[in-house]
Design a binder for this molecule. Structure first.
Ligand SMILES: [Zn+2]
Length: 310
């Protein structure tokens, strides 16, 4: 890794009676074959998944329309790993904003195409646009997840720049300690714009085997290689990195337009929290896969913002 000190960059998922039915419905999803053939996204109008989506929607809240085109293409390099291990429904989920402690230093995240290519002003002059959106999505995921009954909360380092990665307040430090306690750590990111970015998808934590939450998010957003760029600093410390999409085009425009901003954030958050809720109920699956076996990709070539490289 080129830089070691910077750039770190309740039980009750568903109302009781529904869960048995849901479990049966879920038995058929997320097979190995599906994982390798870009399955339909959760929440689409496919018969079967629509039923699940409806069943998992928060009570008294109509889920926003999920626009599959919103987040753009899935990662152009994809992994073959499968998250087999089931996750207890009471598992604490900790959601972080990527680059929350790395502003004005290496690994600050992508400025986005609007700022970098088209001369727009940053959303907030104290931070890269990626962090601005990462934080809003993080908080919306937590709110949405709590409505579903997930044991989910946000973490924020409380200051925008922490040069020492070993500082106990950094995302990395908190992730390392909490993941060893069994928490699921999810860090929200937007990828660099093209041609530097790769697209949407999940890079799972690599200090453990991929689990059903990783699997469900990968089904919904796409699947990066498990050892993307040789294994990033975050995943080594127990962070599963979710790239929402490249920060450009329709996705960035929808975020920046005040008329569509809130709906866009909510749509993304809904898709994430629904994936987590579905993953909680996916049964375990036997695996012969060995650690490090699947999804190794060459170190890649992103000279621009290296948003996730430390
Ligand atoms: Zn990032």
């Amino acid at each position: 890794m080129p830089n070691h000190n910077g750039g770190r960059l309740k039980r009750g998922i568903l109302a009781g009676g529904a869960s048995i039915t849901i479990n049966i419905l879920l038995l058929g999803i997320a097979t190995d074959a599906e994982a390798q053939t870009q399955p339909p996204e959760i929440g689409t109008a496919t018969v079967g998944t629509a039923t699940k989506a409806e069943a998992l929607a928060p009570k008294k809240q109509k889920p926003p329309q999920i626009d599959q085109q919103l987040t753009g293409p899935r990662t152009r390099v994809s992994g073959t790993w499968v998250g087999h291990q089931s996750v207890p429904a009471s598992t604490p989920i900790l959601v972080m904003a990527g680059h929350a402690d790395s502003q004005a230093m290496h690994g600050a995240g992508t400025p986005g195409a609007a700022v970098d290519l088209h001369g727009a002003a940053p959303m907030d002059p104290t931070m890269r646009d990626e962090l601005y959106w990462n934080r809003l999505v993080r908080d919306a995921v937590v709110s949405n997840g709590q409505l579903r009954g997930l044991n989910i909360k946000a973490y924020d380092p409380g200051t925008l720049s922490i040069p020492n990665a070993e500082d106990p307040r950094t995302n990395w430090s908190v992730a390392r300690s909490q993941s060893t306690k069994g928490d699921y750590i999810l860090e929200i990111h937007f990828d660099a714009y093209s041609p530097y970015g790769f697209g949407s998808g999940l890079i799972p934590a690599i200090n453990r085997m991929p689990n059903r939450l990783d699997e469900s998010l990968a089904i919904s957003f796409g699947r990066f290689p498990r050892l993307f760029r040789g294994g990033l600093g975050g995943p080594r410390r127990g962070i599963s990195i979710l790239e929402i999409g490249m920060l450009e085009g329709k996705l960035e425009t929808s975020l920046r337009d005040p008329k569509t901003r809130e709906a866009t954030i909510q749509s993304i958050a809904h898709r994430i929290s629904q994936s987590l809720a579905v993953g909680m109920m996916m049964p375990s699956k036997a695996s012969n896969q060995q650690p490090g076996e699947a999804g190794i990709a060459p170190r890649a070539m992103n000279p621009q913002t290296n948003p996730e490289v430390e």
